[in-house]
Design a protein around this ligand. Structure first.
Ligand SMILES: O=C[C@H](O)[C@H](O)[C@H](O)COP(=O)(O)O
Length: 229
């Protein structure tokens, strides 16, 4: 296993300390969450999962992790998810796996949000990872033009195999904005939220309560404190 994957696994396994039986647990999407699902399936804890993508639902079925629809629960105790980039304020970029919409819905309905990442994803300023924006297909070309005019360097996400647009679980397109540096994520989030045709963006601001960072020393940072193990 390469270093990145070792760190992802390490962070995922460390997240198990925040899980107890009978919890309703939001289950994120991606390669880091895949390690968390394995740890969850091997543990004694009996939880009920609320998933954030078809991919995660499929993996839960394979691992015999029980899941319910988000509208069947009255709360979610904790959500464990990956992230594409995290800054020092615990704000982040998500959506590299095109699951940002459901991830944000689950996160916003969770009492606590924990992110599990490898150390390469932590940066002082967001933007080195292209920011995904989920849009309605109709008029998406117009949005790409507007984003380009605003200097956001947009690019429609396409599947590498056949060059067709990536379609999200909810039937939308993804426009990735290659800005390199996001100086004011709050203003940018407000801009996207005011655009007709934008369904959601991958800026997750004031969402994460705790980030677990794999590395030579495992780091756990919360809004209140940080800890090195
Ligand atoms: O849409 C996907 C999600 O936001 C993922 O949580 C994010 O892309 C991180 O994925 P990975 O753990 O594979 O790096």
């Amino acid at each position: 296993m390469n270093t990145k994957n070792l760190q992802k696994k390490q962070a995922a396994e460390a997240a198990m300390q925040y899980i107890q039986s009978d919890m309703i647990v939001g289950l994120g999407t991606g390669s880091t969450v895949a390690y968390f699902l394995e740890a969850l399936a091997q543990s004694e804890h009996r939880i009920i999962g609320v998933t954030t993508s078809k991919l995660t639902s499929q993996r839960c079925a394979e691992l015999n992790i029980p899941i319910v629809d988000i509208d069947e629960v009255d709360h979610i105790d904790v959500t464990v998810d990956g992230a594409d980039e995290v800054d020092t304020y615990l704000n982040g970029i998500k959506g590299g796996g095109a699951a940002l919409l459901m991830e944000k819905i689950v996160a916003k309905n969770s009492r606590e949000n924990i992110w599990i990442v490898d150390s390469s994803k932590v940066h002082d300023t967001l933007g080195s990872f292209p920011l995904p924006v989920e849009v309605i297909p109709y008029g998406s070309g117009q949005l790409i033009r507007q984003f380009a005019d605003k200097g956001l360097f947009p690019k429609l996400r396409r599947r590498p195999d056949d060059n067709q647009p990536v379609i999200t679980d909810a039937g939308h397109y993804i426009i990735d904005c290659h800005m390199q540096t996001i100086n004011n994520p709050y203003a940018l989030a407000e801009y996207f939220e005011s655009q007709v045709g934008v369904v959601e963006h991958g800026l997750f601001l004031n969402v994460c309560d705790r980030v677990i960072i794999g590395g030579e020393t495992l780091q756990i940072q919360s809004r209140q404190q940080s800890q090195t193990i």
